[in-house]
Design a protein around this ligand. Structure first.
Ligand code: DC
Length: 458
């Protein structure tokens, strides 16, 4: 059995589900959630306040202003209303009769559904019983049961229960009441009583409580066996899928690389220097300045090892999302410290990819190189890979930020000597950022002078 699970038992009044749910929870070491007690508690709290039970707003006010505590106890579930233990009192016949006012309106049910889900979150392993647990509240429960018995049998059981408490009742009247409750439970607009989809149906008419409990435990064990063999199958399927996905990724990357090399060769004049500085084996981190939106292509296309890129997580939608994922894009959130995204980057580096990143954060507004933001060397240190400072020059003139169409021109890509992870460690985060900014600026001015352009002053 899983560590945390939800088992729902739904069914009509007096079908024995409360007793069974309580016993099942004890056997499975789970918390018992008696949802009927919640409707009863709201009813009792409203009665104590002399609120108009037929007024939904008044009942909502009772829920809002009252302090309701539902906690697992050895006998089932303890109910406290405004600090007063009311576990016994909510069972009084007048509360039973009035509970329909709290159980009917959708607004009240919505509030109590919230409390029921909060209970499940808090206690993790729960057995819950009610009328709408498998249908509305926990449709994805691990096990769902629907328990019922004929109205006559249920009336006899309830009469016996009451007789044990010294209360004598007429069985026929009791049966009529039960039939009435069945009707009102089943015809309610919100959360009507019905057998949940996928639930195991159990007619308890000819069975003792022990027999019902054994039946439930048997079904749960069978279900668990099936789930664990299904899980094994799913695992196999998942690994086959992963291999196929990796092959697709490789194919897409190589095909796009070939096509893009042709296209870029036709439309741009790209010159590369220092490709021998790129490691032949293992991952590496390319930290480059950022001039145009085509920079990732300009930088990655001349490289033989496969490259990965980071992209805003909001881009990973629809067909485009699938495409960039196949093209080794890693989703990163811009709004928060995305540790999961960072881990994905480290995994790619460790898997031998060249990861292309732009430590300035955003494209340049005038061709100059802005100071590198901190945090990038951490990736290289954690993945134990070298950093290749990479300069891109000319892309800004060819396709600056606010221009729709490119102009013909020369683009230079310079891959500098690798900086080993040990050196990065020695420098520390801040110093490495300063070193990288200074090195890229120096490389940029050297190439600008060579190309007959004016160097930038910083
Ligand atoms: O199961 P019980 O008799 O303790 O339920 C008390 C009332 O709450 C009864 O009118 C049915 C209603 N109820 C409901 O509408 N939905 C639930 N999940 C549980 C109980």
């Amino acid at each position: 059995m899983k560590d945390n699970f939800i088992i729902t038992i739904d069914g009509p009044a007096a079908s024995g589900k409360s007793t069974i749910a309580r016993m099942l929870a004890a056997r499975l070491d789970a918390a018992f959630l008696d949802t009927g007690s919640m409707y009863r508690a709201v009813t009792l709290a409203a009665m104590r306040k002399h609120a108009d039970l037929q007024n939904v707003k008044a009942l909502l006010e009772v829920i809002k202003t009252g302090r309701f505590e539902f906690t697992p106890s050895p006998g089932g579930m303890k109910v406290c209303i405004n600090g007063v233990d009311s576990t016994e009192q909510i069972r009084n016949p007048d509360v039973t009769a009035n509970a329909k006012f709290a159980a009917g309106p959708g607004e009240i049910r919505k509030e109590l559904v919230k409390l029921q889900r909060a209970f499940a979150r808090r206690y993790g392993r729960i057995v819950t019983e009610g009328r709408d647990q498998g249908t509305v509240v926990f449709p994805h429960a691990d096990f769902k049961f629907y328990m019922t018995a004929s109205p006559q049998i249920r009336a006899e059981r309830r009469a016996k229960e009451l007789a044990e408490k010294g209360i004598r009742v007429d069985i026929d009247t009791l049966q009529k009441e039960i039939e009435q409750r069945d009707l009102s439970d089943a015809s309610r607009k919100t959360g009507p009583l019905k057998c949940p989809k996928g639930a195991i149906f159990i007619d308890t008419s000819g069975l003792s409580i022990e027999q019902v409990l054994e039946e439930l435990l048997k079904r749960i064990n069978e279900g668990n066996r099936k789930t664990s063999s299904k899980k094994k199958e799913n695992k196999k399927l998942a690994s086959v899928k992963t291999v196929l996905y990796k092959i697709c990724q490789w194919l897409v990357y190589r095909l796009c690389q070939a096509a893009a090399r042709c296209a870029l060769g036709t439309f741009f004049r790209v010159y590369t220097v220092g490709r021998q500085n790129l490691p032949k084996k293992g991952g590496f981190l390319i930290l480059a300045n950022h001039q145009s939106f085509l920079d990732p292509a300009f930088i990655a296309l001349p490289i033989n090892s496969r490259c990965a890129f980071v992209a805003r997580d909001t881009l990973f939608k629809g067909l485009f999302g699938h495409y960039i994922r196949l093209y080794n894009a890693i989703p990163i959130s811009r709004d928060r410290a995305d540790t999961a995204g960072m881990k994905r980057c480290i995994d790619k580096l460790k898997a031998g990819f060249g990861l292309v990143m732009f430590p300035e954060g955003t494209r340049t507004a005038d061709g100059r190189i802005n100071a590198a933001k901190p945090g990038f060397s951490m990736l290289a240190r954690r993945a134990n890979v070298p950093v290749i400072p990479t300069l891109i020059e000319g892309a800004y003139e060819v396709w600056p930020r606010n221009r729709k169409i490119y102009t013909f021109g020369r683009i230079s890509i310079i891959y500098d000597k690798p900086v080993a992870p040990e050196e990065i460690k020695k420098m520390g985060e801040r110093k490495f950022g300063e070193f990288l900014t200074a090195r890229l600026r120096q490389m940029q001015n050297e190439i600008r002078i060579k190309d007959g352009k004016k160097p930038f002053e910083y």
